[in-house]
Each structure stands twice: as structure tokens, then as C-alpha cells.
Write a new protein. Structure first.
Length: 121
């Protein structure tokens, strides 16, 4: 009985420390995540997908604008990315049917795409 007692204490401590180390390795390098972290990642990915899907609508709105050449010239003259996003929001290209306010993420992506297209020409 005495032999079991002396061996039991180190065995329990070994199991506790092993469990803690397994969790540290799992969460740090093993790719384990908590449900809240997975939820946050899913929301970010969904927002990025929606933005990517709406950029062509913004570009189509820009093409339908009769004063687009003048507005594109004004957009390319703006140097600040924040001001470029604000400009696209003010033009209404990032405001979609049924929405009262423009979508900032779409306006930012749309401005970036418009500037890349303008620079390529």
C-alpha cells in the first residue's frame, strides 16, 4: 500500500502537467480555436465575401453615371485613401437599392479598383 501512495502523487502531477502542456501546444501551434474565435473569423470572412460580391455593383453604378469622367478625374487627384473612400461614398456609387447609407467597405474596395484601372490606362 505504501508503494502505491508514493507513486500516485507523481503520476497525478504528471497527468495534470501533461494536460496543461497539451492544451498549450494545441491552442498555440495545433490550430485549436475556441468557438468565439471561430465565430469572429467566420464573420470577417463573410464580410469580405459580401464586399467582394458588391464591388462589381459599385463599378456598374460608376459606369452608368453620366459625369463619370469628371468624377474619376477628381478621384485620381485625391491622395488620401480615406478621402478617396469618402468621395466614392458621396458619389452614391456605394449606395445600393434599399439602403439609405453607402457601404464603407465596398466604397473602399471600389475606390481602390477604380484607381488601379485608371493607373493602367
Amino acid at each position: 500500500m505504501q508503494g502505491q501512495r508514493t507513486w500516485l502523487k507523481p503520476g497525478v502531477w504528471g497527468a495534470v502537467i501533461g494536460s496543461i502542456l497539451t492544451m498549450i501546444v494545441g491552442f498555440s501551434w495545433g490550430g485549436w480555436t475556441t468557438s468565439s474565435t471561430a465565430h469572429q473569423v467566420a464573420i470577417k470572412q463573410a464580410d469580405a465575401a459580401v464586399t467582394a460580391a458588391l464591388v462589381p455593383v459599385c463599378l456598374a453604378g460608376q459606369k452608368a453615371d453620366v459625369a463619370r469622367a469628371k468624377k474619376l478625374g477628381e478621384l485620381t487627384a485625391i491622395t488620401s485613401s480615406y478621402d478617396q473612400t469618402e468621395f466614392v461614398m458621396k458619389t452614391g456609387w456605394a449606395t445600393f437599392p434599399g439602403q439609405a447609407d453607402p457601404n464603407r467597405a465596398v466604397a473602399e474596395a471600389c475606390a481602390s479598383t477604380l484607381l488601379k484601372t485608371a493607373a493602367a490606362k
